[in-house]
Each structure stands twice: as structure tokens, then as C-alpha cells.
Design a protein around this ligand. Structure first.
Ligand SMILES: Cc1cc2nc3c(=O)[nH]c(=O)nc-3n(C[C@H](O)[C@H](O)[C@H](O)COP(=O)(O)OP(=O)(O)OC[C@H]3O[C@@H](n4cnc5c(N)ncnc54)[C@H](O)[C@@H]3O)c2cc1C
Length: 397
């Protein structure tokens, strides 16, 4: 199986898949390696839905969205299937979040084709009787926001990558990398019954550069392989689905993000399961991705109270619970960078529960790093060095 490639990408989640696809589109020979048999539900990119939107509080995130939207819609055309559903988004803000809301609106104003409007508390009450919100709450409605059909998107990117000649090997765990150059990537099949009848011997591949997009495994992998200490905290995220009590009284007509408490709660209208709203909290329990479900307690106390108080039209308990992983950085912006010594070792990680929508741009940024090309966006906010001075959280806004 050994072979020579221009670039090797470790991890076939959405970030690694877009990176591999981007490089293959440029005519390069690319190998994408995935430790588990695809499709799998152990990382961060599975499941049916992910929010996408232009509305961001931070301008460096908002600046990525035009390219992201364009590339998702290109992929949708190429794949000839629906990957995006426009639902609109309601950004809710109490008094303490008015400045965040103003920043978000100012970022929306920079994109002329995005239609949005501000809502007073009275307008909110009239237009969205489903919500039961405090008197100081106001909102902004963004029409163009919506939902990416996540598993379909992942499948579509990988299909396009392969159709352009890219090589995807799943069930293959990368164990170590010798940076070279050229870099040597060593690993082995994660199951013994290989279709070619081989046993579990180590195999290796070479390439000019290696891009590591290992999701929640990134921290331990980069530490073990290169001694890098990245401030990454994987979390097990319980994804809750809540039944609408009476569909005639309305469920959730649009997706929403409540900006209170660092955007703690967000919800999506019924898309996956009839008459069920996906409503999730953004910060949950730390977990080792290899032991994700060892402590399988479902901590739903706070979210149950939130739903009971704010959504009287929903049953006050979740009917379905699914599981996924976040990988958080202290400031909740991702890390896109090169190894400080080995310039041909690149990594993208720490997407902190917001990386799906921007993955086409992440692929472009990481691809440019691998090729030694200048960045097309402001990537300073994603540099590893932002944590170097203090080793402590640095709020980037
Ligand atoms: C519940 C939930 C809701 C979310 N909602 C949103 C949202 O609304 N909008 C949004 O934009 N984002 C959202 N996100 C975040 C987004 O889904 C993630 O940021 C994104 O999927 C991260 O992708 P990834 O490729 O970095 O990680 P992963 O999908 O985990 O992929 C990493 C891959 O690397 C593989 N790997 C690891 N180590 C090795 C190795 N040694 N050898 C080979 N392969 C290896 C893993 O098996 C895995 O497949 C959400 C995430 C969750 C969990």
C-alpha cells in the first residue's frame, strides 16, 4: 500500500475532507487517512444538521462566510443534491448582550446581499409567540441563515475528492509522522480482516507535507507525535430533541441563537425528526474521545429549566438524545497553523462547536499553508502563538 503523495491529510472529518478536496482540485496527488471505517459517529462531523450563517459577533469569523457560502453552494451543484436548507436565524439578546448584537449587525451590514432586520421586544412577542422571553430581550433576524445537512455534506465532499483522483483510506490509524522532508507517515489498519487478507503490519507513505485534522484526537496526537502542547479540551455534547406539544400552536419557525451566557443555547426547527426541535447547550462535560461514553450521565437539568421557562410549546424533557464531540480552545476560535519547527507539518483543530460551516475556507487556508502560499484571509486570530504569551485564555473580540 505504500506510496508517494504530494500531500497527506490525517482525519476524514469535515475539515480534513475539505482540505484534501481543495488540494486535489488544484491537480495535486493527495492521500486522506481515517482511523475508523466510514461513516462513523465517534468524532464531530456526523449527524444530520449544522447551523450556517453570516451573523457572527467577531468580524474575523464573519469575514470567512462569503467564501464558505459560495463553496457550499458550488458543492451542492456538483453533487446534484440538497445540502443546505434556508431557515433564517433569530439572534436573541438580553441587555448584557446588546453590544454583541450590535457587532453582529455591523458584520451583517458589510454583506449587502444578506437581508436582516432588528426586532424590538414587542415585535419579537408578536412574530414569535412560541418564545417566552424577558422584557429586555431584543433580536436580529437574518433571512439567509440555515442548516447544512451535515452527513450528506461530508459524504459529498469525500465523493468529489475521490472522483477527482484523491485516495481515501479508512480504517487506517496514523501512529507517527517523521517530518522529513519528505514527511513519512506510519500507521496501520485498525481491523485485521482486511479485504486483501493482510494482517496488521505497519505501513508508511511519504509526502511533501502532512496536514493533521484529527478533531478531538488532535491534542493527544500532536503531543505524542511532535511534543506540541495545544490548549484543547474535548467535550462530549448531548444533542437533545424536544417534542412540540401541539404542532398547531407552532414549533420553531426559524433557527435561533440566544447570545446570553456566551451563546449557551441554540435551537433548530424540526428538520431531522417530525415535530421535534433540536435544542442544545453549547458547553457540556469534558471527555476523552476514546472513552466518550464511560460516564454516560446525561446532564440535562439546566437545559430542561431553560426549555420550560422559554419554550412553553415544547415538552419539558428531551425525547431523543444523540452524541457528538466538541474540541474547545480557551477563546473558542480554532487553531490553523504550522509546526513552529517543521514548516511542512500543518494542523487545523479546536473548532469549538462552530467549525462545520467554515470548513470549505479552512480547507483553503490549510491548503495554502501546505503549498507555502500567502493566506487569503486574516489568519492571525487562528494562530497558535496567540496562546504562547500567557498560556491562558485570551479573548479575541
Ligand atoms: C453537536 C454538535 C453540533 C454542532 N453544531 C455546529 C453548527 O451548528 N455549526 C457549525 O458550523 N459547527 C457545528 N459543530 C462543529 C462542527 O461539527 C465541528 O467543528 C467539525 O465537525 C469538526 O470537524 P473535524 O474534521 O475537525 O473533526 P472530526 O469530525 O472529529 O474529524 C476528525 C477525524 O480524524 C480522525 N482521526 C483522528 N486521529 C486519527 C489518526 N491518528 N489517524 C487517522 N485518523 C484519525 C477521526 O477518526 C475523525 O474522523 C457542531 C458539533 C457538534 C458535536
Amino acid at each position: 500500500m505504500a506510496g508517494k503523495y504530494d500531500h497527506i491529510v490525517v482525519g476524514a472529518g469535515i475539515e480534513g475532507s475539505w482540505t484534501a478536496y481543495h488540494l486535489t482540485k488544484l491537480g495535486l496527488k493527495v492521500l486522506l487517512l481515517e482511523q475508523f471505517t466510514l461513516p462513523h459517529t465517534r468524532g464531530s462531523s456526523h449527524g444530520q444538521t449544522r447551523i450556517t450563517r453570516f451573523g457572527y459577533v467577531e468580524d474575523f469569523h464573519a469575514a470567512l462566510m462569503e467564501e464558505a457560502y459560495r463553496k457550499w453552494s458550488e458543492l451542492e451543484r456538483e453533487a446534484a443534491e440538497t445540502l443546505f436548507v434556508e431557515t433564517g436565524a433569530l439572534y436573541l439578546a438580553g441587555k448584557s448582550e446588546y453590544t454583541d448584537l450590535e457587532n453582529l449587525i455591523s458584520n451583517l451590514n458589510k454583506v449587502p446581499h444578506v437581508s436582516h432586520s432588528k426586532l424590538t421586544n414587542d415585535e419579537l412577542k408578536k412574530q414569535y409567540p412560541q418564545f417566552c422571553l424577558p422584557k429586555d430581550y431584543i433580536a436580529c433576524y437574518e433571512k439567509n441563515a440555515g442548516v447544512l445537512l451535515a452527513s450528506r455534506c461530508l459524504n459529498a465532499v469525500q465523493k468529489r475528492f475521490k472522483s477527482l483522483g484523491g485516495t481515501l483510506i479508512d480504517g487506517f490509524e496514523v501512529l507517527r509522522i517523521n517530518p522529513g522532508p519528505p514527511a513519512e507517515v506510519y500507521g496501520k489498519k485498525t481491523w485485521k480482516g482486511n479485504s486483501d487478507g493482510r494482517v496488521n503490519n505497519e505501513e508508511s507513505f511519504t509526502a511533501n507535507s502532512v496536514i493533521v485534522c484529527a478533531g478531538p484526537w488532535s491534542g493527544p496526537f500532536l503531543k505524542k507525535t511532535f511534543g506540541l502542547n495545544l490548549p484543547l479540551t474535548p467535550q462530549r455534547i448531548n444533542v437533545f430533541y424536544w417534542h412540540i406539544k401541539n404542532i398547531n400552536q407552532g414549533g420553531l419557525p426559524t433557527l435561533f441563537i440566544d447570545l446570553a451566557n456566551n451563546g449557551e443555547y441554540y435551537g433548530l426547527p424540526p428538520l431531522e425528526y417530525p415535530d421535534m426541535v433540536k435544542l442544545v447547550s453549547h458547553h457540556q462535560e469534558d471527555a476523552d474521545p476514546n472513552k466518550r461514553d464511560v460516564s454516560s450521565t446525561i446532564n440535562d437539568k439546566n437545559i430542561k429549566e431553560y426549555v420550560k421557562e422559554r419554550f412553553p410549546t415544547l415538552e419539558p424533557y428531551p425525547s431523543i438524545v444523540e452524541t457528538c464531540m466538541y474540541t474547545n480552545t480557551p477563546d473558542e476560535a480554532c487553531i490553523l497553523d504550522k509546526h513552529p519547527t517543521y514548516q511542512n507539518i500543518i494542523f487545523g483543530c479546536g473548532f469549538s462547536g462552530t467549525g462545520f460551516k467554515i470548513s470549505p475556507v479552512v480547507g483553503h487556508i490549510l491548503g495554502n499553508m501546505a503549498l507555502g502560499k500567502p493566506p487569503v484571509h486574516n489568519i492571525k486570530p487562528f494562530a497558535l502563538s496567540r496562546f504562547a504569551k500567557t498560556g491562558m485564555p485570551s479573548k479575541l473580540q
